[in-house]
Design a protein around this ligand. Structure first.
Ligand code: IPD
Ligand code: CA
Ligand code: CA
Length: 283
């Protein structure tokens, strides 16, 4: 199923770097694995720690990650890999791949068809190219520095809405059910007070940020993310003309952090709301 779009992507009007080609290849294989588990069933376990809820991991997360790592290692044996389920924390390497083998595991585990595979190649701490694949719907989102953001074979851009009252805001919750959750709810209330068209909690941070790049959302924020949640979508949104920072408006880094992603107009309107409600000590 994932093949059709992949062939179209490879005939895009730009020459993908060897890294982007490998990322596409890895996502294609991972997409097939994830779809097979989604259709045929899988085992799930809970990796939550105290105070958290629903930190699920499935056979699909593990198998997808193993396949992606193997493809990258074969192509670039000297590069380092930061992958969610193997928890390698070496983020200071020059050549680093950052992988979320299944973003939106909670949706996946409940049979909700909204999840993704996210693969980024980073150089000296910044994403250079990335792929986000929605495998169930066979939707490909790709970006490469200086070459634009692409949805299948179409170049995309953030929307041009200048007002919060004309846009949809997306939000994410970490598995925390304490101060972080309450901070998020308070920020959501402020966004509602700004008369936004709606607030969405879709369940895949990589797709949430990507959707800002596609012009579907004007704003997305979340108070606790890991690098694998946002690395590929970071370059996608930048190439789509959007703005992405941490939840204080500072430059993003490949580390656990809050994230704010917006179109080019809404950053200054969204930032004060996200800062005012920001939990202390995170991001
Ligand atoms: C999660 C999803 C979710 C976000 C969480 C992430 P996972 O990733 O991106 O939307 O709210 O913070 O941890 O665990 O499904 O890979
Ligand atoms: Ca994730
Ligand atoms: Ca994941």
């Amino acid at each position: 199923m994932a093949n059709d779009h992949c062939e179209k992507i490879l005939s895009m009007p730009f020459q993908p770097s060897p890294q982007l080609e490998v990322a596409i290849q890895a996502a294609k294989t991972a997409g097939r694995i994830v779809n097979e588990f989604y259709e045929n069933g899988f085992e799930t376990r809970d990796k939550s720690t105290a105070g958290e809820s629903a930190g699920l991991v499935t056979q699909a997360d593990i198998a997808s990650e193993q396949a992606i790592i193997q493809i990258i290692r074969n192509a670039f044996p000297e590069h380092h890999i930061l992958a969610e389920e193997t928890m390698d924390q070496s983020v200071v390497e020059d050549h680093l791949w950052v992988i979320d083998p299944l973003d939106g595991t909670n949706n996946f585990a409940h049979g909700i068809p909204h999840f993704s595979i996210s693969i980024a190649y980073c150089y000296q701490g910044k994403p250079i190219c990335g792929v986000i694949l929605d495998p169930v719907h066979d939707q490909w989102y790709l970006a490469e520095q200086g070459k634009g953001a692409w949805h299948n074979q179409h170049k995309v851009h953030v929307n041009d809405r200048p007002l919060l009252s004309e846009t949809i805001v997306a939000v994410g919750f970490y598995y925390d059910r304490g101060a972080m959750m309450r901070a998020t709810l308070a920020a959501m209330e402020e966004f509602f007070d700004s008369q936004v068209h709606g607030i969405r909690r879709m369940g895949s941070a990589a797709l949430d940020i990507t959707y800002v790049g596609l012009g579907r959302f004007g704003v997305y924020f979340e108070y606790a993310l890991s690098p694998w949640d946002f690395a590929a979508a970071w370059i996608f949104l930048q190439e789509a003309g959007g703005i992405i920072t941490d939840g204080h408006g500072n430059e993003l880094r490949l580390e656990p952090t809050s994230v704010l992603a917006t179109n080019h107009h809404l950053f200054q309107q969204a930032l004060p709301i996200v800062i005012r409600n920001h939990p202390t000590g995170d991001g």
